[in-house]
Design a binder for this molecule. Sequence first.
Ligand code: ADP
Ligand code: MG
Length: 380
Amino acid sequence: MNRNFITNPFLTSGYISEKYFCNRQTETERLMTNILNGQSTSLISARRMGKTGLIKHVLNKLSDSITGIYLDILATENRAEMLNQLATAVVMAVQGKKGPAKKVLTFIKSLRPVFTYDPLSGMPQVSFHMHQDEINLQIESLFLFLGEQQQSFLIAIDEFQQILFYPEKNTDAWLRSIIQSLPNICFIFSGSRQHLMTDLFSNPSRPFFRSADFMSLGRISSADYIPFIGSHFSNARKEISDQTIREVLEWSDHHTYYVQLLCNRLFAKQIDNITMESWKQTAHELLMEQELLFIKYRELLTRQQWELMKAVAREGKVFEPTSKGFIARYGLGSPSTVFRSLQALQQKEMIYDEYDNTGNQYWSVYDVLFRRWMGLSRIK
Ligand SMILES: Nc1ncnc2c1ncn2[C@@H]1O[C@H](COP(=O)(O)OP(=O)(O)O)[C@@H](O)[C@H]1O
Ligand SMILES: [Mg+2]
C-alpha cells in the first residue's frame, strides 16, 4: 500500500501516524512514563482492540535516545524462530542509524545469519541455521550485547503468550532470567490470550510475576471516537451526524477494528451525507461478504459447539452459560457439554470472556460481524 497517499483515513490494518489514531492518551502517557522509568508493561486486551496500534504509536513518539524494537511472535513455534524474529527486529530498528546502533548490526552479522528480503514488503529478514543448543546461547548473547550498550532500548514483544506453546519447556523462566539483569532495556509484553497473559504476569508461581505493570486496554469511549470519526468525514466534506456515529459505534460494539472497518467502507462510498439508511446498507453488505466464511465455521465446529456459538451470538453477552435458563432456551444439552464446548470455543478464540463494570464475568462471540449476522432474522 502506498502510505504516502492516503485516501481513506480509517485504517483497517497497521499504523501510520497520530492523525489516523484515535485518542489512547492516558494509555500512551502511562506507557511513556513506564518506559522513561525503566518499568516494563504487560498490555492485554481482546484481539483487534488496538494493542499493536498503541505500541506502534508509542514507538513513534520515542525520542532518539531510546531505540525501539518491535517483534510479533504470533507465528513463531519455537525458540529458533523467536531468535529469527528478534534478530530481524533488531536489524530493522538499527538500520541506517549511526553510532552505537551500528555496533549492534556488526554484532548480529558476527553471528553469521542468513539475510534475505521479504519479496512482498522488501523488508530484510534475518535467519539462523544452527543447532538447538546454539539457539539459546545466541538469544542470550544478543540480549546481553544490547544490555552492554550505553543506550536505552525498548523491546516490544507482541503476542507474547506464544512462548507458552514452544516445545522448549519453561521458556518464561529462561527468558526472565536473561532479561532481568538488563537495566537499560525496558519491555512491553503484549498479548490477546487474556487468560494466558494474566497467568504469566499475575500468578505468584510464575517467573514473570509482578515483573511488569499490568495494563488492560479497553474500548475507546464514544466521547473520544465521535469527534475523531466526525472530523475525518467532515474534512472530506462528507456529512455524518453524531447520532449516526453513535449507531455505528453501537453496531460495531465499540470494538476498534470493527468500528474502523465500517467507517472505512462508509467513507469509501460516494455518499456526501451518511444517513441511517446508508450505514445500515453498508453494514449489511459487510455481513453478506462474510457469509461464506460464517457457514464454514459450522463445518469446523462440532454440532454442540456450533449451537453454543449461535446461542452466545444471539444473546450478545452471556453471564451464566451453564444455567438452566440459557441451556433450555437454546436446547444445548447438559451443563457439562456446554462447559466443554465453551472451553473449546475459547481455545479456538471464537468466544472470549470478560468482566463488566460491576465485576461480573460474561462470555461473548469474538467476531462482531458474526454476532450481527446471527442477529439477522433468518433461520440457520
Ligand atoms: N486508537 C486507534 N484509532 C484508530 N484505529 C485504531 C486504533 N487502535 C487500533 N486501530 C486499528 O484497529 C485495528 C485493530 O487494531 P490492532 O492494534 O491490530 O489490535 P490488536 O493488536 O489488539 O489485535 C487496526 O486496523 C488498527 O489500525
Ligand atoms: Mg496485535
